[in-house]
Design a protein. Sequence first.
Length: 100
Amino acid sequence: MSVADRVRLAFDPGVKPADGGLPGLNVLKEVVSSINLFGIVAVVGALAVSLGVWAWGHHSGGHQSEANGKKGALVSAGAALGLGAANGVVEFFSTLGSRI
């Protein structure tokens, strides 16, 4: 089988994302943006609680509390990173996928 035969086996269905293709798309974007904002606010609260637990565990000699506070702070920081970067990550991979 030659290279030219392999190229003919590929089929492009011609499906590409269309902006404004569905009714209610703006409402869906607002809902997702609100969910993202809610997540960021929740992460701020989780980070504050985790830092408090970390400090309390450190000063009271509670090694388990201190370790849990550290874990919570790292998880909160990672969640904030993921929530903040979500749009850019999806855009990056969508652009990369359209070039294949």
